[in-house]
Design a binder for this molecule. Structure first.
Ligand code: PLP
Length: 376
């Protein structure tokens, strides 16, 4: 059997990885400033992570959600404490799309309404309603297009109100910093205004923190900069440092009932062990502090480069915007300098999404390599 060929692949075969480095089958060492698309939070093969997963799988890797699983309780408690979201309740699933799918479904159950409001250039995943609220017609099949979604420009509160006042919208879903879209972010005034309008017109505010959550911006969640409390927060990527796990944090007042949501694999023992080790390392190694320090250093260095037209993002969810498409530069960084970086919907943006353990010396290495490639 052949693979269904949906991924354009770089010709690299990684065999192992440690912290911020990935090693391929030719013995080449790559600096990972991409983190497997913002997934690697505590560094590749972190000893705590490896130990906890090993221990857990040798005892019990999986059992279904029909029995007691105290690891889920511990995870909910620790996540609540570390993210300062103690008043929320946790539902566990397996990916970012699934987290958003459940968030949207819950909003519809809760409000009894059908429509969703999303933003231009958004990305929320590829399952049915998650892809329908994603602003990319190329990945929306006719089946998905049956969902009733309005799109408005990020920052346009007037259009938001025009739509919400019709009282047909169950949820507004937003990435407080757009990931795949290219790191656009609106003002605190906008996000606070959005939260207010959601309350006023009984729509739930869903913050998609799948990419921006888990310390990537220097805060646990990107929305926290704007002092808002979303009704539902979706998480995935950094949560399991590569082990597939996602979840939604559900705000007070949204009541659970048996069977309302469910999954076979979500929140299994092994996934919980991965997620618990991520929280332990984030806290013990003070990685959010590291994110802020290394981010400031990166910004300082980037500001010295005349060819960089714009520095976007915050924390370690960063982008360098040039006045030319960066695809060739990205390839040269991989082939010649052995550095992974990321792309986005904006062809001129080079994205930087490293493990949160990265140090200033790695940033120095990156800028030396970047200058070499820009000069050549
Ligand atoms: C903001 C955001 N939401 C949702 C998703 C979908 O996550 P997954 O690929 O785990 O389904 C992504 C993936 O890139 C994302 O960046």
């Amino acid at each position: 059997m052949k693979l269904f060929n949906v991924y354009p692949l770089f010709d690299i075969t990684p065999l192992s990885a440690k912290d911020v480095y990935v090693y391929d089958d030719q013995g080449i060492k790559y600096l990972d400033l991409y983190g497997g698309h913002a997934v690697i939070s505590i560094g590749h093969s972190h000893p705590t992570y490896v130990k906890k997963l090993r221990e857990q799988v040798s005892k019990l890797g999986f059992y279904s959600n029909s029995i007691q699983n105290p690891l889920q309780e511990v995870l909910a408690q620790k996540l609540g404490a570390l993210s300062a979201c103690e008043e929320y309740e946790l539902f566990l699933c397996n990916s970012g799309a699934e987290a958003n799918e459940n968030a949207l479904k819950l909003a519809s159950f809760y409000t009894g309404k059908k429509k969703v409001l999303a933003f231009n250039n958004s990305f929320h995943g590829r399952t049915s309603s998650a892809v329908a609220v994603t602003d990319n017609p190329k990945i929306v099949a006719p089946l998905n297009a049956q969902h009733q979604v309005d799109f408005v420009a990020l920052g346009d509160l007037l259009s938001v109100e025009e739509i919400l006042k019709k009282e047909q919208t169950c949820a507004v879903i937003v990435e407080c910093i757009q990931g795949v879209g290219g790191l656009d972010e609106s003002s605190t005034q906008f996000y606070q205004g959005l939260a207010k309008l959601c309350k006023q017109y009984s729509a739930l505010f869903i913050a998609d923190e799948v990419q921006s959550g888990y310390g990537r911006t220097g805060d646990f969640f990107a929305f926290q900069k704007h002092q808002i409390r979303p009704d539902i927060i979706s998480v995935a990527k950094g949560m399991g440092n590569g082990f597939p796990i996602g979840g939604i944090l559900i705000g007070p007042g949204i009541e659970a009932s048996y069977g309302l949501l469910g999954t076979t694999f979500g929140g299994n023992h092994l996934a919980c062990a991965a997620a618990l080790s991520v929280l332990e390392v984030l806290e013990e190694e003070q990685l959010m502090k590291n994110v802020s320090e290394v981010s400031a250093y990166f910004m300082e260095k980037a500001a010295q480069l005349a060819s960089v037209k714009n520095i976007k993002g915050r924390g370690l969810m960063l982008g360098l915007e040039f006045d030319f498409p960066v695809a060739a530069l990205r390839k040269k960084l991989i082939d010649t300098q052995h550095i992974f970086t990321g792309s986005s919907n904006n062809p001129k943006l080079l994205r930087i999404l490293p493990p949160l353990t990265i140090k200033k010396e790695h940033i120095d290495h990156f800028f030396q390599a970047l200058i070499k490639e820009l000069d050549s």
